[in-house]
Every structure is written in C-alpha cells, then in structure tokens.
Write a protein that binds this ligand. Structure first.
Ligand code: SF4
Ligand code: SF4
Length: 343
C-alpha cells in the first residue's frame, strides 16, 4: 500500500508533472534568512522584496500548515512562434497560471481536488506562489538553483513551479540528476544587458528587464537602462538562453493552446495599433502582470523596442504614436522622435 506522499506523487506523474517532492514546512525557515541576505546584498531591492514578505512567513499566514508539496511542469515542449522569439519571454508566452484552456492549469485544479479527496487541507496561490517556490523545490530535491537564480531540473530552467501547503506532516524527496554549474562559467552574468544579474546569485530585481517591461518601468523616458533592452518587449530570457545547461533542452514540438491565433497580433507593429477592446478580451487575460487599463505600457515597451531596433518603416508608426490618446505613449513617442531626430 502506497503512503499518502507516494499517492500524491503518482497522481502528479499521471497528470504529466515532471517532478513532485514534499517537504516539512520547517524547511522553509531558512528561506527567510536567505531572503533577508538577498536584501542586504542589494539594498536597493528592499522595496521590491517588501511586496513578497508574505513568502517568508507561511507559518504565520497558514498556522495549520505542516508540509509543502512542490512540483514542476516543463514547458520547453511548446513551439515558440518565430515572430515572437526574444520579444516576449517564453515563460509568459506559455504561462499556465491563469489560462484555463491549458492542460497544465487543469492539472493544477485536478491535483488540488485529489489532495482534498485524500483528506488534506491545502492552499495554493496559482499566480504568485504560496511559499518561496525555488527554495522549496531545491529542498525537496526537485532540482538545483543555478547562478542565474533559476531552478533547473533535467528539463533545464524551462519549468513552471507550483506549490501547495498542506495540514499533514509529510516528506518525500524527489530525485534529480542535475550537475552543478561548471566552475568557471559566468555566461549568465555576462549576458545580462542591464547588469541586474551582477554576480552569481546576486540580483537587483528593479533593474531586471522582466520587471521594467511589466510592473516597473513606469517612465521609460527617464530610464537609461531602457536603451539596453534590445529585442525584449515583455520579459527577458537572456540569462537563461545564454546558459549552457539549457542547451538542447528546448524541444518546441507542441502548439500552445490559442497562441498561433494570437501571434500576429503580438508583433511590435500590431501591439502599437492594438485596440483597447481587443487587448482586454484577448491579450490581458493571458499576460496578467499588466492590468486591463495598461495597454499603454505594452505600447511604451514597443516604442522602446522600435527605438532600440530602429528601421525606416518604424518612423511613421513612432510619429503617429505622438498623437496616441494616452499621454504616456505620447511622451515616449515624442522622446524617441527627438532622440532619433524623426520630426
Ligand atoms: S532576465 Fe534579463 S535583465 Fe533580468 S537578470 Fe536575466 S538577463 Fe538580466
Ligand atoms: S550560465 Fe553558467 S554560471 Fe550561469 S547558470 Fe548557467 S551554467 Fe551556471
């Protein structure tokens, strides 16, 4: 007869999860120390991490919690549309946290129900996590955290993490066969255009392109780092793409539900011309970091892209954006017009 831990793991594998480990909630205590160490190392990150304080006190928030179930779902199986390569980060293109059409989203719901039928009280936060998930995954033997701060399994860093706290004392170590970073490797740090990743395991989140093109970067006209964004419009994969441990890990064999139909609309030119109604219905539900009112931010990010990768046929688009109904889009367009002497 299987233990309850084994039953959960078996169910997870049946559903298609790559890994499933379970640890005592006590193993998350050390995470709080690491979390504070990170802030001390990069004091300017304090504001950013303040919003994540809840992750260091799961025992306070869920006083009944005794263990953490942590899993990975690999997404390197999906095809990246050529038009969006390097423009939108892969984890956002294949984001299964809110997309109910995906098998992964449905698996998450099914696994939760399964644990409840086993008599467990469980809690998750699909969007932002219920604990420090990379830490939990490492402690559970799911994978290792590399110098670029990402968790790696045999599928590379191309994995979504999910976790639940449960009210039962359980433990089940997962196994992995992932080698450590080569001693002298520094490719991820060298690949980071903003120097947000300034040294191994040292990161300034507010200087990361993923932050500056979504929650942050509210005035890119005053953000000198915006000149280093290269092709990135929304998110950045550069420190993962550069990693030799990701070599050959992206399979790209399957279509991601609904992405083919949306691809054309997500090219920089079409984002700049996107209508609010289309954005609210088709784009925002998938890329939830920006709200229904923030199509302007996509447009500003696109203008930044057009400046950084300037081509003659962008000229008219940038000039037209000077008359956009949104003042922030106008400001960015005027700023670029001046910078590139377009008007
Ligand atoms: S995601 Fe991009 S900007 Fe952020 S740390 Fe990695 S390479 Fe640097
Ligand atoms: S690029 Fe090198 S140092 Fe950075 S995470 Fe990959 S293997 Fe480790």
């Amino acid at each position: 007869m299987d233990t309850i831990e084994k039953m959960i793991q078996k169910k997870a594998y049946e559903l298609g999860y790559e890994k499933c480990g379970i640890i005592s909630i006590d193993l998350m205590d050390e995470y709080a120390e690491k979390f504070n160490e990170r802030i001390e190392k990069v004091p300017k990150s304090k504001m950013f991490y303040q919003s994540q304080q809840r992750l260091i006190k799961p025992k306070e928030i869920y006083p009944w919690a005794k263990s953490v179930v942590v899993l990975t779902a690999a997404y390197g199986k999906y095809k990246v549309p050529k038009e969006l390569e390097g423009i939108i980060a892969k984890s956002y293109l294949f984001d299964v946290r809110v997309d109910k059409n995906t098998k992964e989203y449905q698996n998450n719901r099914e696994l939760e129900k399964y644990m409840q039928t086993l008599g467990l009280k469980v809690e998750t936060n699909q969007k932002f996590g219920v604990v420090g998930m990379r830490w939990a995954a490492m402690k559970a033997g799911v994978g290792i955290i590399r110098r670029n701060n990402f968790l790696y399994t045999e599928a590379g860093s191309w994995v979504h993490l999910e976790a639940w706290v449960t009210d039962r004392e359980m433990e089940l170590k997962e196994t992995n066969n992932v080698p450590q970073c080569p001693k002298s490797c520094n490719r991820c740090v060298s690949a980071c255009p903003t120097k947000s990743l300034s040294a191994p395991y040292t990161m300034s989140p507010t200087e990361c392109i993923s932050f500056l093109t979504s929650f942050g970067g509210r005035d890119l006209t005053k953000e000198p780092l915006s000149k280093t964004f290269g092709k990135c419009v929304y998110g950045c994969d550069l420190c993962q793409d550069a990693c030799p441990m990701n070599k050959g890990k992206w399979k790209g064999e399957e279509e991601f539900p609904g992405l083919k139909e949306l691809t054309e609309s997500l090219t920089p030119e079409n984002i700049l011309n996107m209508k609010e109604d289309f954005y609210r219905r088709k784009v925002q539900p998938k890329f939830f970091y920006l709200s229904e009112e923030e199509l302007w931010k996509w447009k500003v990010d696109v203008l930044c892209y057009m400046r950084n990768n300037y081509k003659e046929n962008y000229k008219e688009l940038i000039i037209n954006a000077c008359n956009n109904e949104n003042i922030k889009v106008q400001d960015m367009a005027h700023f670029i017009c001046e910078e590139l002497c377009l008007c």
